[in-house]
Design a binder for this molecule. Structure first.
Ligand code: MG
Ligand code: ZN
Length: 234
């Protein structure tokens, strides 16, 4: 009987992730892995973000879902190159799935790729896809104790987008405490409070993304992840 240990699976994943990352670097394309619990508003954030930057940057999207192509259809309606990965039950994307999806994207022309991971705050944090930055999305309706309960993703992320801030007047959520808790786990974390619905906070988030792309092209020297170099998200 052959027993495959989790460590072996993770090692195989890390090897493929390294290959993905060198492919991205060769094409000077920045790749963001968006991770959150289901229903935090990842796809809506992505739609609003794309609408704001698609005139300036050439962006592609990889959509991970357990089933359906609904999110990919929403993105494709903006004339963005998009590939849907259906994981057939798996609760996270792995580097091999992403490698396959990349064959369908015009890598040479792209400046930026968003990978929308399967809605799940736990194991996507452990699977390197070859991205340069992990970005967690945390909606204010999830409660301010999420970072303490799921610390791994907050430790590994370069940035957190706080979504649905337009709902703050109706709920018991202490933004200051939550941000302090996240930065207690990871002091380098960039935090962007946003409302996709109202458009608030989007400018700072977009500016951060544009800086990443400029850094990749060698147009700026200043590290934009508060000193944490991009690509160190393993
Ligand atoms: Mg989605
Ligand atoms: Zn999983």
């Amino acid at each position: 009987m052959k027993v495959i240990l989790v460590q072996d699976l993770l090692k195989a994943n890390t090897d493929q992730a390294l290959q993905n990352r060198s492919l991205f670097d060769e094409h000077r394309v920045i790749v963001i892995n968006l991770i959150s619990a289901p229903g935090s508003g990842k796809t809506t954030l992505l739609e609003k973000t794309l609408a704001l930057i698609k005139d300036r940057l050439y962006v592609g999207v990889i959509e991970g879902d357990i089933s359906t192509t609904r999110d990919a259809e929403r993105i494709a309606s903006q004339a963005i190159p998009v590939v849907q990965i259906n994981t057939q039950g798996a609760c996270h994307l792995d580097a091999q799935m992403v490698a396959q999806a990349l064959l369908e994207l015009p890598l040479k022309e792209l400046d930026l790729i968003f990978i929308e991971n399967v809605g799940n705050l736990v194991c996507p944090a452990s699977f390197d896809l070859g991205e340069h930055c992990k970005v967690a999305v945390l909606s204010v309706t999830e409660g301010s104790d999420k970072p303490a309960k799921y610390p791994e993703i907050f430790l590994k992320a370069h940035a957190v987008v706080m979504s649905k801030t337009d709902l703050l007047p109706y709920i018991d959520f202490n933004m200051e405490d939550c941000v302090a808790e996240m930065q207690g786990i990871n002091k380098n974390l960039n935090v962007f409070p946003t409302s996709s619905k109202m458009g608030t906070g989007m400018a700072d988030w977009i500016e951060w993304l544009e800086k990443l792309v400029q850094e990749k092209r060698g147009e700026v020297d200043v590290p934009c992840c508060n000193g944490k170099s991009i690509g160190s998200s393993i």
